[in-house]
Each structure stands twice: as structure tokens, then as C-alpha cells.
Design a protein around this ligand. Sequence first.
Ligand code: BG6
Length: 484
Amino acid sequence: MAALVLFGGGGDLAMRMLLPSLYFLDHDGLLPDDLKIIGAARSEESAAEYIAKVRETCEAKAKADNVWDEAVWKRMEARLDYLAVDATSAESLKPLKDKVGQGSVTSFLAVSPSLYAKIVTAMRAAGLAEVDDRVVLEKPVGRDLKTFLEIDDAVADAFSENQVFRIDHYLGKETVQNLIALRFGNTVFEPLWNAQNIDHVQITVGETVGVGDRWPYYDEYGALRDMLQNHMLQLLCLVAMEPPSDLDPESVRNEKVKVLRSLRPITHDEAERVTVRGQYVGGLVDGKLVKGYDEERGQDSDTETFVAIRADIDNWRWAGVPFFMRTGKRLPEKRTEIVIQFKPLPHSIFDYEDGEPQANKMIIELQPEEDISLTVMNKKAGLDSRMQLQPIKMSLSWGFRDKHDTPPRRRIAYERLLLDALKGDSTLFVRRDEAEQAWKWVDEVSEAWVDGDVKPQEYVAGTWGPDGSDMLMARTGRDWNTTD
Ligand code: BG6
């Protein structure tokens, strides 16, 4: 028998993402027949009470996707169990060890990262870190390089690196994996994927949600540590990495870590020019008046809810190609996209519908739609004596439309990652040295902010961040992509 233990099994992440993901996997027949799923948390409740809550969340998500099936639920229910534990105490974990039996155990720590070190130490003492066992760590592991290493050293005392699965749920998103397929499964793009042809890259992760009740966590981390250190740098790595020799976890992660090592450190002198911090004040989002961050927080805070950064990758492929990243809460749209902006035409011989030739761009859209598109210039139909060109967006999702197929159900990113962790495939997980390099780079930025007393600039909720963000682009003669 194999077991999956969800520490923090009654918490937000488990209830909103992990348990519904497990239901979907079970629905598709992808879970091992003998897999037990055990929720473990502090709350003194019975297994029946816990399972009733799990049913509620799975049913709501599955019904929204039209895949609720009582027979599947019965199967899932039979797998489920619950145990009230203090996960930081080996003594308290003993009954859990008895419950999981002899098979391999995958433990998902869906709890505050400040508890990781204590929990893995207790797990080791309780016999939950045997050679076939695995541990899955939710981000952020630490809040800087120092705390990351402290936690990770405790993890390394209990588990060897091949048993550790550091999750970055962005790597479980379908389009992110499709980016790897696009780059390395086709011959047409790779010859263009370099400084000779690409002007710059933009990565935007916009969210309309505010921080709300999450402020006790968020106030300590801010957008830089919550989003950029992990999700955005992972996206940057996948765009920028060299072709790996195969899809083996080490081959892929070796290439990503090389990119992180090539990131030019942001010096204290430069921080003000190449980074922007912002914090939202009250405004209109989706037609609703929302509070500013300080009001949600209940007092003044210097935590940034928006960050924009220009990163440079010092290697042959990317010399001179800036990578602009921006992310924020309370922006006008929930939109995640990577824009590969190609260089302008060297010489133009046409007329243009809007007066100017547009350079080609590829947009890899993760949210709200999952799509990869390429904008190309195309002749406007007609008999005008002067040929007029207009931009046309060629979309890969046309593949579905043309075949009158319905696209596959949009999966929760955790589905893929849970399945991979259960199989022991770590390709889409973050290796220790990747996290280490990412923290190193991000630490320089946060230290420069402290040193230079760089405070967040205000932006009104429902706008694309502070003015500084547009200026960051404008100073280089560029601007952020807008949806059309
Ligand atoms: C999480 C962050 O990792 O990612 C949140 O902690 C953020 O602050 C979330 O809202 C965004 O994820 P997604 O998949 O909705 O883009």
C-alpha cells in the first residue's frame, strides 16, 4: 500500500487545490489502486467529519467542471482517512506511521514554511522518512537565502535530494509545459530564439485579487518573494534555457540552474533604475470599490504588492536582451503571459494599416486562456495599388477549433504535480541549487531596497501598477504589451 499524507490537510491549499486535484486524478483513473490519502492536521475532528468537508469541496469543483460522479467519490472516500496530529512532535506522529503501514509514504507539507524544519525532523524520528518515502514542499521555502538554507539543511538531514519535491505550481500549468514542447519539439523557433532576433521578453502575472485575509503571511513576503523568486523566475528559465539533452529531471534542471547563475546581479546603485515596488490603494476593480492594502492590513506597511524588474542574462544567447517581469495584486486583469518580442524589420517597403510596421511577437498565454500565438504581418485583402499590411494573430488553439473538438478540461496545476510526485518524477520540481540561486538573486534586490530605503510607490487598485512600471519600459524605448 502507498500513502499520501497531507499535512495541513484541512487548510486552504489542501481543500481548495490538493483534494479536488486528487478527485480529478481518481476520476481519470490515474491514482494507484491501493493509494491511501490521509489528512493530518491539528484540529481534533473525526475522520467522518473531515471526509464530509472533503466531499463538499470536491463536489463543488467537480460539478463546476461537469465531472462529479458518485461512483468515483465512493472510491475516493474509501481511500481517505484523517488523524489529528502535532506534526512537529515525533511522538504525535507515531500513530500516523502505524496508519500508513509498510508501503512508501509521500508527505505533502501544506503548512506554514516556518514549520518545515521541525516537521521533517519529527518525521525522520517517527520513521516517515525511509528510503522509499518522499516529501513535497510548498513554496516559499524560506524568505531569503539564509532561511532557505536553514530549512533545506533540516530537510537534507531527513531526506536525500531525490526524495524532495519542491513545488512551484506554475510548472504544472499546461501552457508552461507546452512552451517546452514548442521550443524543443519544433525546428522553426529555436534558430530565432536568441539575441540576434529577439528584442526583449516580457513576463506579466497580473491578478485582480487583493491580499485580503492572507496579510499575516503576505506582509512578511511581498510580491518579490511570493511570486517573483519562484513562479516568474521559473518562467524566465524555461524561456531562456538551452535545449536539454533529454527530459531527464537532472538534464532539465541543469539547464535552468545555468540560466539562474547567468542572471546579472542587480547592484544597489542600479536597483532604483531597474526595479519598481508598488502598493495598491483603494480603487475600482471589476466595477467594485476595493480597499487599499494598508486598510486591509489595518496599519501602514512597506510591503510591496507589485513588483517590476528588468533582468539581464549574461550569456551568449541573451546578451543585450532585457527580460522585463511584472506582477501585482489588484491589477485590472487576471492575466499571465510571456511575450517574446522579435526585432523590428530592418527596412520596410509596405504601407501599414496603422501607419507603422509591427514587429513579430509570440504570446504565451497561461491565464485566462491557455494559448500560444504568433503575430505576423499580413496583406489586407483588396485591390489597392499600394499593398497595405495588417497584424494577424495566429493562434495554436485554432487546432481545437478547426477540428470542432472541445479542448481538454483545464486541469488544476497540482494534478500533474501530485501525480509526478507520487511517481517520483522530479522534472517539474525545483532542485535545491535552483532555489538557492533564485534566492541569491532576489536577496540582492531586497537588500538594495532596504539599503536605499526604496519604498513602494502607490498605485490605484484596478490599474497596471505605479507609473514607475511604465517608466521602466519607456526608459528603454519599449512598452508593456496590452491586450487587444
Ligand atoms: C501563489 C501565491 O503561489 O500563486 C499567491 O502565493 C498567488 O499570492 C498565486 O495569488 C497565483 O497563482 P495562479 O495559479 O492563480 O496564477
